[in-house]
Design a protein around this ligand. Structure first.
Ligand code: ATP
Ligand code: MG
Length: 369
């Protein structure tokens, strides 16, 4: 078979294909521009060593500039960064280019045209390298996250306030129980004793006395659970030692506590945070772990390091289904308290391997910025 070639149609077909490719490119650029606009993403395109940085319209708009007259440079970006964030952002970018860290994703404040600082999240990726492997082009995006940052801040202020109110309320209820109910019960008890002395010990009076004694015991236990007075009077070490002895007696398990003797005094927030944390961790170990040995260790290493370990059944902390259904208030309250005090929280556990909670708190509580 002979194929008849039409010599004139070849350049025409090539021109058509070129036009179609150009159209496809234009369509794809439009789609990208629309997507960046719709998601509010500013784009940056940086070639190491060059001063000019490529950017899209959205980027100018995010910073309050007219897109037509806006040109981004490396120096302008550095100068626009909040002085408190500058060193960290530059170090992270350098580390990413040097291959010291796997990704570049940072959150920082940038000054906008009006002089106001807003929060941004920037994510970037190396897209080109020279033959020696040195990055020659990095492309990334900016997203304005000021609203989220403010919402998170309000939420954490609210949690801090909630925890303060809860502690204050506990102290108040403990005081009232002790001063009002406790005193009244003591008075009834004295009267019953007097009645018993005057009229002989009738079975009914004897019964009343034993009910009152029992109720007094319960009230005292409630007062201690709500807010152990030794936490305020004698400090964290004494309060934890007392608490562990008491739980050991109640549950009939062994609770070892190390590092409480001569423990320094910390700020009120640190002491309450640690006391509540140990209380919850020991309770969890007894209730869920069914542990028969629990170890609490405190260590002052330029801050306070606390470890609570148990030899119980353990659980899988990464099990999302279990977390969604079973994470009660206890573990999230621990995390929250530690974050509010500016500390670090770590939980490790596995089925059959017990549970360990490690916490580090700075001497003076306070969230790091
Ligand atoms: N020491 C532990 N040993 C075994 N499982 C644990 C331990 N600590 C926590 N868990 C598991 O993690 C879950 C969440 O614990 P968390 O303290 O948050 O809630 P909770 O104890 O169930 O309820 P709450 O503390 O609100 O009374 C528990 O239900 C349990 O399944
Ligand atoms: Mg719990």
């Amino acid at each position: 078979m002979v194929i008849q070639r039409n010599k004139d149609s070849e350049p025409a077909a090539r021109a058509d294909a070129l036009a179609a490719a150009e159209q496809a490119l234009r369509d794809s650029e439009t789609r990208l521009r629309l997507a960046m606009h719709a998601t509010g993403l500013g784009l940056w395109d940086y070639r190491p060593g060059q001063e000019r940085v490529g950017s899209n319209e959205e980027f100018a708009v995010l910073l309050g500039y007219e897109p037509d007259s806006f040109e981004e440079t490396r120096a302008a970006f550095v100068e626009r960064l909040h002085p408190d964030d500058r060193a960290a952002v530059r170090a992270r970018f350098r580390d990413y280019l040097d291959g010291q860290c796997a990704d570049y994703a940072v959150e920082f404040r940038m000054r906008t045209r009006s002089g106001e600082y807003r929060w941004f999240r920037s994510v970037g990726q190396i897209v080109d390298r020279d033959p020696a492997g040195k990055p020659t082009r990095v492309v990334g995006t900016y997203l304005d996250i000021t609203a989220q940052v403010n919402a998170m801040r309000r939420l954490s202020e609210l949690s801090a306030r909630l925890l303060q109110v809860q502690e204050a309320e506990r102290s108040k209820v403990a005081r009232e129980l002790h001063d009002e109910i406790g005193q009244q019960l003591t008075a009834i008890r004295l009267n019953l004793h007097a009645i018993a002395r005057e009229g002989g010990l009738s079975a009914r009076v004897e019964d009343c006395l034993s009910i009152v004694d029992d109720t007094l015991g319960r009230v005292r236990a409630q007062v201690l659970d709500l807010r152990p007075p030794m936490l305020d009077d004698m400090g964290l070490g004494a309060a934890l030692d007392w608490y562990c002895r008491r739980q050991e007696e109640r549950a009939g398990v062994s609770i070892l506590i190390e590092g409480v003797e001569g423990l320094a005094r910390y700020g009120e927030e640190v002491e309450i945070t640690v006391f509540r944390l140990v209380q919850e961790a020991v309770n969890n170990a007894l209730r869920h772990g069914r542990a028969d040995e629990i170890r609490v260790t405190l260590h002052d290493v330029d801050g306070l390091r606390v470890v609570v370990e148990d030899n119980g059944v353990g659980f899988d902390p990464d099990d999302q289904v279990q977390r969604a259904h079973h994470e009660g208030y206890g573990l999230s309250a621990m995390r929250e308290r530690v974050a509010l005090a500016g500390g670090r929280f770590d939980l490790s556990s596995a089925p059959g391997a017990g549970t360990r909670i490690t916490v580090f708190l700075p001497r003076q509580a306070g969230r790091r910025s």
